[in-house]
Design a protein around this ligand. Structure first.
Ligand code: CAA
Length: 383
């Protein structure tokens, strides 16, 4: 396995970085303060062909590899953690299950506009009583003639209410646990499908997060993804890939904070020399750089395994857990290097400090990542 960006990766990184620097960075603080979704930037990203990076061109995607997707999320998150997760949730959670489990007709109808960036995707798994215990899903889908009738609700849904297409998990056969859960493609605008209030969050405030409410929503039978009872496995394998995206988001947030702190440490003079020449700061920078490199290598190893169609669930859990854990350490050190200045609103490191925290929580808390890793190492005994 080669841990070096290819020319194609380098070129993509340059393009996305330029986009992020010109289209996102100048508005990132305003988006954060206003809790505002970067609609124009996301639209532009779609026009540039980057909302469907890892999907084949025949489905409207860019036909690039999983590492390219991770690079894109990282580069967006480097300037704005919220914009990074918009892409991640759209590609990994909203689009992937349709790509991997959809019929040709479902792909044509739903994946193509998602991959082209004409529509935005989201994923409805979490509920008030089904967070870490995703198998505790209570939303129901009851077959009546040609439709399933969907009732219940989802919480903490990234990209809602902006998303057009939702992959939603619901119980079709009660009392048999995870094997009774099915996955459905649900469109915004269908009668009975409404949204709760936007959440007002600590960080990633440019990404929107809202509740989904289903009140007798008629979902056509042909919108069942896979077969009845496959929903939990669809959700779990979707999250295997999604965790690469969140790892890349965490890495990007931390990378941005590190670069800012590095630059500042060269300019800030105390005791007659730049603070980067004080060993206390130099060692911090050394540790930050090392952690970032470890996280990047873990992420690329998971992405390359996914690309090679090899098992990668353990590696993506490791990447997500490690990258988000070190992201918190790195942003903390970055604020420390800035001192009081870094604590001020409007400073990029202050926003990064707030943005980073969620990455240890969503797409499976880091405690759940360790459950997944331990189960891979130990089998059922690891639970
Ligand atoms: N791929 C395919 N199948 C899988 C799988 C995987 N990765 N993991 C488990 N399964 C299968 C199992 O093989 C098992 O199959 P059988 O019924 O045939 O035996 C079935 O699923 C049930 O598996 P478990 O017994 O392991 O399930 P569990 O109820 O013990 O739960 C868990 C396991 C890992 C804790 C799981 O509930 C989990 O991942 N929880 C965290 C949920 C999560 O990550 N939520 C994130 C929401 S999305 C989000 O956060 C997005 C955002 O905002 C950006």
């Amino acid at each position: 396995m080669m841990f070096k960006d290819t020319e194609q990766h380098t070129a993509l990184r340059r393009t996305i970085r330029e986009f992020a620097e010109t289209e996102v960075k100048p508005i990132a603080f305003m988006l954060d303060q206003n809790n505002e979704f970067p609609e124009a930037a996301i639209h532009l990203l779609g026009e540039m062909g980057y909302m469907g990076i890892p999907y084949p061109t025949q489905y409207g995607g860019a036909g690039l590899d999983a590492r390219s997707y991770a690079i894109a999320v990282e580069e967006l998150a480097r300037v704005d953690g919220g914009t990074g997760v918009i892409l991640s949730a759209h590609v990994s959670l909203g689009s992937y299950p349709i790509f991997a489990f959809g019929t040709e007709a479902q792909k044509e109808k739903y994946l193509v506009p998602l991959a082209k960036g004409e529509k935005i995707g989201a994923f409805g798994l979490t509920e008030p009583n089904a967070g870490s215990d995703a198998g505790g899903t209570e939303t129901t889908a009851v077959l009546q003639g040609d439709h399933y009738i969907l009732n219940g609700g989802k919480i903490f849904i990234t990209n809602a209410p902006y998303a057009d297409t939702y992959v939603v998990m619901a119980v079709t056969t009660p009392d048999i646990g995870t094997r009774g859960i099915s996955a459905f493609i649900v469109e915004k605008g269908w009668e009975g499908f409404t949204f709760g209030d936007h959440y007002d969050k600590l960080g990633i405030r440019s990404s929107s997060t809202a509740e989904l409410i289903f009140n007798d929503v008629k979902v056509p039978k042909e919108n069942l993804l896979g077969k009845e009872g496959m929903g939990f496995k669809i959700a779990m394998s979707t999250l295997d890939g999604g965790r690469i995206g969140i790892a890349a988001q965490a890495l990007g947030i931390a990378q941005g904070a590190y670069e800012n702190a590095l630059e500042y440490s060269k300019e800030r003079v105390q005791f007659g020399k730049p603070i980067c020449q004080q060993q206390g700061i130099a060692f911090k920078l050394a540790d930050m750089a090392t952690k970032l490199r470890c996280a990047r290598l873990l992420i690329y190893s998971a992405a390359d395994l996914k690309e090679a169609h090899e098992p990668y669930g353990m590696e993506s859990a490791m990447a997500k857990q490690y990258a988000s854990d070190i992201a918190l350490e790195v942003v903390n050190d970055a604020v420390q290097i800035f001192g009081g200045t870094g604590y001020l609103k409007g400073m990029d490191v202050e926003r990064a400090y707030r943005d980073a925290k969620i990455t240890t929580i969503y797409e499976g808390t880091n405690e759940i990542q360790r459950v997944v890793i331990a189960a891979h190492i130990l089998g059922p005994a690891g639970r």
